[in-house]
Ligand binder design. Structure first.
Ligand SMILES: [Fe+2]
Length: 308
């Protein structure tokens, strides 16, 4: 078999332009997503592709949500959700590619391909989640399970397509309890405070959400420990009409969820046109350091209850 020369990208461009001009090449199938590299597309069926190759995603279905210990997840109407499952329906709530991008160092440009123990090493990890449109019996939009972030865990999200709502609850650095709902249309980038409970709900789907996360203490960038991990679910949840329902105890402990906090401190941390994934892949250590330092400073100042 004879060897072939390496593909000529210029020649490829010419052929594609030629076929497009003749009408012999179909339009690209879905919008290109700003994921730090070119060629990632959302297909009409809600799947994702990279250079035309399907991304293998892990499905989370209603049954997975029902399997979670009821002590660490909170559903508006678990009986109705169980009844739906028993009737033979087990819809996909969301699909995820964990470690969508190589994890990266917060202090250098190193990207770690297919690494191990990336969180424990204090690396910045990157996940991609696609929420399917739909509503659970009980009135909640399709949703994540919800979990507590670690005390030293910085987590930032960017909604790339669709619209989501994030329910966030916790205590700020001074111990004041808070709860809020942040509505996030495509193009929204938002950070969540440290040591918080959060649940994502799809309002318009499929909703593509990219997020980065790092344990700052493991990275040597903050004092304290990351080991403490709360489990018990916050007994509040969001319905499709954007009302929050929950246990009386939860409303007493966390308050009635309000609107999203001011995150002015975060606004200018990304350069114009720079996506969160661009930051992950291409951002300088100095830029990442500024993001981390600014988040820690905001937390010191009371985030999410910021002085105005
Ligand atoms: Fe999280």
């Amino acid at each position: 078999m004879s060897s072939t020369a390496a593909a000529d990208p210029i020649g490829r461009d010419v052929v594609i332009r030629h076929l497009q001009a003749l009408g012999s090449l179909e339009a690209e199938t879905g919008p290109s997503l700003p994921l730090g590299i070119t060629g990632v597309r959302l297909e009409p069926d809600g799947s994702l592709s990279l250079d035309g190759r399907n991304l293998v995603m892990t499905e989370r279905r209603l049954s997975d949500l029902l399997d979670v210990d009821p002590g660490i997840r909170y559903l508006a109407d678990p009986d109705a959700a169980s009844e739906l499952y028993r009737s033979g329906q087990d819809p996909v709530l969301y699909r995820a590619v964990r470690r969508f991008l190589p994890s990266r160092s917060l202090t250098s440009r190193d990207l770690v391909v297919a690494g191990n123990d990336d969180e424990a090493r204090g690396l910045l990890t990157a996940d991609l989640v696609v929420y399917e449109p739909g509503v659970l019996p009980g009135g909640e939009p399709f949703r994540s399970t919800g979990h507590w972030n670690l005390p030293g865990q910085l987590e930032i999200f960017e909604v790339l397509s669709g619209r989501i709502a994030m329910l966030v609850a916790g205590r700020n650095r001074s111990g004041e309890a808070f709860a809020y709902v942040q509505i996030c249309p495509a193009g929204t980038t938002m950070a969540v405070p440290f040591d918080i409970w959060h649940v994502s709900y799809v309002l318009d789907g499929p909703a593509v959400v990219f997020n980065v996360s790092a344990r700052l203490q493991e990275a040597g960038l903050a004092a304290g420990t990351d080991k403490y991990h709360r489990a018990k679910a916050v007994g509040l949840t969001l319905k499709r009409d954007l009302t929050v329902v929950g246990d009386d105890d939860a409303f007493r402990e966390w308050g009635t969820p309000g609107g999203a906090p001011a995150t002015d401190w975060f606004t200018d941390l990304l350069a114009p046109g720079q996506s969160l994934a661009d930051l992950h892949v291409h951002g300088s250590p100095e830029q990442l350091s500024t993001v981390v330092r600014t988040a820690l400073d905001a937390y010191d100042e009371g985030w999410p209850m910021m002085p105005r």
